[in-house]
Design a protein around this ligand. Structure first.
Ligand code: PHE
Length: 452
């Protein structure tokens, strides 16, 4: 199974992984990981539910005050540990049991992929249906969505996502993940700009922009603040070992603070553009911005149908979503693949095949639970899809983030040196890692657990 280039020798027992990104390749791959369904699908509907502009400001604050420091922490842990979440945690803490805490992230990434790939598959289907025009044959988009998710089609689209991502991962860091991101991320930007020009020239653009960018603080609640923080975490791919694992492939001379700023700016720019695409569209076509998770799949087709060349713009929009989702899937899959490679000395191809098969065994029932045959099989009010979404986003992700802050803030003494930061910046970073980030994470955790 193993091919020559990606043999087990990519892991050196002492030095850790020997695979490396180029500087630009790493930035693009990390932006690819962070920009995904979280920005376009989740960010827009959550912003819509929380009243628009003021929530966007909160999101930016969370990104700057907590998200970026934790991102830098994950990258530093990854690069210094040169391993997966488990190895890096135990190596830097000097205690083997810390590896078990890192393992939470490996499991989280594995589980997130099972439902993230379901939605990624939907986006591929919607892209094809939109371009062919089939999507617009009916005007009842809720019914279209229900029929599609209840059919067996999502299974095949999900398999397509698995095959595409599996091939890229098996090719390795520089000739797989880096190369793929280098091709598609600029493409993504081009599609975004085309979509932006289209939506900013719609009749309702001014109203949509006002809703999205003009802050009305009366709309905010305590829950909004927690949601903004959770979203900042998910959107920056934190707490699941993804940035940590990518960090292991970064060259020593690359500046981690510059990388952190670049990824933060990329993620924020993408969220901003996503909002500037979605809200003018919803206001122009009379769709409620707070219509919930179906906003992208149910509400937007109606808007595309009413637009000149709607099938083309709809197709572009869903291709954009699919690309963004696939580059995030790459980061999610790399977490358990990296773990298997280090743990069992498997070659990359073998580890990838193994992870993909194991993931698919769980991903299939998850897809069937998302509107299909298993959607009514519930346990304590949630089906399998809902459970995985709930447990990973609300429990495992904050926990994974919390462990990183404790490791960096209190346990591992070399964190400051690894980042290369000095003086005031270093102090501010450590202060956030020690006090601000963990306290806020615990708050989200307690909130979602229903304790506060
Ligand atoms: N950040 C991605 C998004 O916004 C989701 C993700 C989380 C990807 C964790 C990789 C790892 O959609």
């Amino acid at each position: 199974m193993s091919n020559k280039q990606e043999s087990p020798s990519t892991v050196d027992k002492k030095a850790g992984t020997t695979e490396r990104f180029s500087s630009a390749g790493f930035i693009l791959a990390a932006i690819g990981s962070s920009v995904g369904l979280g920005n376009m699908w989740k960010f827009t509907y959550v912003t819509g539910q929380n009243g628009g502009g003021a929530f966007f400001l909160l999101f930016i604050a969370c990104l700057l005050i907590v998200g970026l420091p934790v991102l830098m922490g994950e990258l530093a842990v990854g690069r210094a540990g040169r391993g997966d979440a488990v190895i890096s945690f135990s190596k830097l803490s000097g205690k083997k049991w810390w590896g078990a805490l890192g393992f939470v992230s490996v499991v989280a990434a594995f589980l997130v992929m099972t439902f993230y790939s379901t939605i990624a598959g939907w986006t591929l289907h919607y892209a094809v249906q939109s371009i062919s025009g089939a999507l617009f044959e009916s005007t009842d988009y809720q019914a279209v969505y229900d029929t599609f998710t209840a059919s067996t089609a999502p299974i095949w689209w999900q398999i397509a996502i698995f095959i595409i991502t599996g091939i890229v991962i098996a090719k390795g860091i520089s000739s797989g993940i880096e190369k793929f991101n280098k091709i598609v991320i600029p493409g993504l930007l081009i599609i975004l700009v085309i979509m932006l020009v289209r939506t900013l020239t719609l009749d309702g653009a001014a109203e949509g922009i006002r809703y999205f960018l003009y802050p009305d603080f009366s709309q905010l609640t305590f829950t909004s603040a927690l949601e903004a923080l959770g979203l900042a975490f998910f959107s920056l791919s934190l707490g699941m070992g993804a940035m940590l694992t990518y960090g292991a492939y970064v060259e020593k001379h690359q500046s981690l603070s510059a990388a952190t700023l670049a990824v933060g700016a990329g993620d924020l720019a993408y969220a901003l553009i996503a909002g500037l695409i979605i809200f003018p569209t919803t206001f122009t076509f009379g769709i409620a911005p707070n219509s919930g998770p179906g906003l992208v799949f149910v509400a937007l087709p109606a808007a595309f149908a009413a637009m000149p060349f709607g099938n083309l713009f709809g197709g572009l929009f869903f291709i954009l979503l699919a690309i963004a989702a696939i580059t995030s899937c790459l980061a999610l899959i790399e977490v358990p693949v990296a773990y298997l490679m280090r743990k069992y000395g498997h070659g990359r191809t073998k580890a990838t095949v193994f992870v993909m098969i194991a993931m698919y065994v769980l991903a299939l029932p998850v897809t069937l639970a998302a509107g299909g045959a298993l959607s009514d099989v519930t346990f304590a009010g949630r089906n399998l899809f809902d459970w995985l979404d709930f447990v990973t986003s609300n429990i495992m992700l904050p926990l994974g983030g919390l462990f990183v802050t404790i490791l960096v803030g209190f346990v591992w003494k070399g964190a400051g040196e690894e980042t290369g930061m000095k003086g005031w910046w270093l102090k501010a970073w450590l202060f956030s890692m020690r006090y601000i980030a963990p306290i806020l994470i615990v708050l989200i955790f307690l909130k979602y657990a229903g304790i506060i």
